[in-house]
Design a protein around this ligand. Structure first.
Ligand code: SAH
Length: 362
């Protein structure tokens, strides 16, 4: 049993079953035993690999997107470049290298990172050696100012609630201790729970169907949109997308590049749920912002010129490096790899033209 499993079992014994959101928040973010709180989960040696770790092209193209975005919002002389959930800091390092081609833009940027994990902050500090960075526990504590914001695979780590359709209506799925095995098991709430009010009224689903709602995703999208509306700016959100809006059980655990039981060994595996982009876009629009997308990550990167950039990179590369570059582009862009599973949205001012990469869906 992991230490966190013992902590959660004691909590359940004292206060009753946990919501899936409470379980997920603890498994990922428990201050001492949460998955992100120690170690380095990324890369080939770790548990999973993210787009910036696949290739420098990803962060570089996002850096160029920021330069174009900065010009679109009127080239403010001072703007925050905010990254949410920066992992090892790879995306930011690659983005800043690309942004250096536009010294006027680079000079306007103050770098802010929102990161809950002390060990990943250390990793980011090492990657961004020599760059002035301000870290925050949450976006709300970053200064209120115009911003260019980037979040890759952050929203999928935010807690979700799950509800199961029963003949008596939706009931929240809870995590209880299985007395027989000593492990955890899912149970259904016997009556209404507070988050039940968040299940959309208009969802038709047969008994047994699951819906997921994430107050954490919704409030973060609202906060991004509020800042864009109040101070000006643009935000880019890239994530593992839900295909059916809130419908479907998408909670998954990954460890050492393989599937792991969601309730097994909390704190030792990554937990994530697919992101309901249409809901985030609706939230942004209700806050007075414009929302663009969702577009497939592959189409977005092609529109930003990943092929030309890969060719330029390949010019000075060895044959083996050229193969690596081609494999990385395939992995990021191909619909059978990450290209369609991951989607991208942008949030900007309501009257703004479509940001780069979104022209075809504006
Ligand atoms: N963007 C990086 C890492 C993705 S993993 C990449 O693409 O490689 C998720 C990241 O978000 C980690 O850095 C994790 O520590 C951080 N994180 C998780 N929950 C968070 C929260 N609630 N607020 C801020 N950061 C969070």
């Amino acid at each position: 049993m992991t230490t966190l499993a013992a902590v959660l079992a004691a909590e359940i014994a004292a206060h009753g079953p946990l919501t899936v959101a409470q379980y997920m928040a603890a498994a990922l973010g428990h201050p001492r035993h949460g998955y992100y709180m120690s170690g380095d989960p990324f890369g080939r040696e770790g548990d999973f690999i993210t787009a910036p770790e696949v290739s420098q092209l990803f962060g570089e193209l996002i850096g160029l997107w920021c330069v174009v975005g900065w010009r679109q919002i009127g080239q403010p002389s001072s703007v925050q470049l905010v990254e949410l959930g920066p992992g090892r800091g790879t995306l930011m390092a690659d983005a800043l290298r690309a942004i250096a081609v536009a010294p006027d833009c680079r000079a306007a940027l103050d770098i802010h990172m929102v990161e809950i994990s002390p060990s990943l902050r250390d990793a980011q500090r090492a990657t961004l050696d020599g760059v002035a960075v301000a870290w925050h526990d949450q976006l709300a504590s970053a200064p209120e100012a115009s911003l260019l914001l980037v979040a890759n695979e952050l929203f999928d780590a935010l807690p979700i609630h799950q509800f199961v359709r029963t003949v008596g209506g939706w009931r929240e799925r809870l995590v209880d201790v299985d007395q027989a095995s000593g492990g955890f098991r899912f149970v259904l709430a016997t009556g209404p729970t507070p988050a039940l009010a968040l299940v959309p009224d208009d969802i038709e689903a047969p008994p047994g169907a699951v819906v997921e709602v994430s107050p954490a995703c919704v409030s973060l999208a609202h906060e991004i949109a509020r800042r864009v509306v109040s101070f000006g700016g643009l935000a880019l959100i890239v994530d593992y997308a839900s295909e059916q809006g809130p419908l479907g059980d998408t909670l998954q655990a990954v460890r050492r590049h393989g599937r792991h039981g969601v309730l097994d060994d909390p704190g030792s595996a990554d937990l994530s749920a697919r992101v309901d982009f249409p809901t985030l876009m609706r939230v942004a629009r209700e806050a007075g912002a414009g929302a663009f997308g969702p577009v497939n990550q592959g189409d977005f990167l092609l529109a930003l010129g990943i092929e030309a950039r890969a060719e330029a990179l390949a010019k000075n590369a060895t044959a083996a490096q050229r193969d690596d570059i081609a494999a990385a582009v395939h992995r990021l862009v191909d619909p059978g790899a990450m290209g369609a599973l991951f989607k991208v949205i942008a949030i900007g001012p309501a009257d703004a033209p479509a940001p780069a990469g979104f022209e075809t869906v504006a």
